[in-house]
Design a protein around this ligand. Structure first.
Ligand code: URA
Length: 248
């Protein structure tokens, strides 16, 4: 991603942007071997060789944190071996390299999916040790009786793993979704991230999932972000998520 040179220099530790501007105008900066003195000049720190006084500078990567409202029908792997479109196709252009999804949602699951190029942040958010809550709304067939809800709350065997205690309650349709005859919306909060966990949990008690939406990750709600849209996390949201994973 191209950026103004003074911004890149400041990020690389060459003082404030004002100081970096002075470096530029005094002719001490070169890009790919060519001296650059104009203040509007741009470069791509991930591609170009930027030097100050003939020494290559080290530019820390700019971290990006985005929220996507993933629609159904799109896989969340970074590269699909069958050539289908992936969630990466929904990201805005011009992002730095290696901005990847944090964890996954099934192809037919909708809702909040985060993206970042901050490896430590992504690792912690997905690691069970940090017990980050994930909140889902699941539209299931029928009306689960109290004993099924209790079983889901206590933990059910989803094929060799008994799920940890969860919050499970009958709910009304979340924002933007409809009620359906002979179906029930369940609000489910888990902090594990097993593959197809919510679908397996509901199937085990005899109420398969017809629609699934993730509406929260830790302190971060999906809110009213339209399906298929992305937005950067605000500074306050980022601080809250970082605190939740011990990176405050
Ligand atoms: N649980 C599921 O079953 N699917 C998802 O995509 C996420 C959680």
């Amino acid at each position: 991603m191209k950026e103004r040179l003074q911004k890149i220099l400041a990020r690389a530790g060459y003082g404030s942007r004002r100081t970096a501007e002075r470096l530029l105008t005094s002719g001490r900066v070169s890009v790919n071997g060519v001296r650059v003195a104009a203040l509007g000049s741009q470069a791509d720190a991930s591609v170009d060789r930027i030097e100050v006084d003939g020494r290559r500078i080290q530019v820390p990567t700019e971290h990006v944190y985005l929220a996507l409202h993933k629609p159904a029908g799109i896989v969340s792997t970074a590269r699909d071996t069958h050539g289908r479109s992936t969630v990466l196709d929904l990201l805005p252009p011009g992002l730095p390299p290696h901005v990847l999804p944090v964890g996954r949602l099934d192809r037919d699951t909708e809702g909040l999916l985060l993206f970042t190029n901050d490896g430590e942040f992504a690792h912690r958010l997905s690691h069970p040790r940090y017990e980050i809550e994930k909140e889902y709304y699941a539209l299931v067939t029928g009306v689960p009786p109290a004993r099924s809800l209790t079983a889901l709350r206590r933990g059910v065997d989803i094929g060799g793993h008994v799920t940890a205690p969860a919050v499970v309650e009958i709910a009304t349709a979340p924002f933007g979704r409809a009620e359906r005859d002979s179906h029930t919306w369940l609000r489910i909060v888990i902090h594990e991230g097993r593959k197809r966990q919510v679908r397996l949990m509901c199937a085990v008690v005899g109420h398969p999932v017809r629609e699934l939406v993730r509406i929260r990750i830790g302190p971060l709600p999906l809110g009213r972000l339209p399906r298929g849209s992305t937005r950067p996390l605000t500074a306050r949201e980022l601080a809250a998520v970082r605190a939740a994973v011990g990176l405050a």
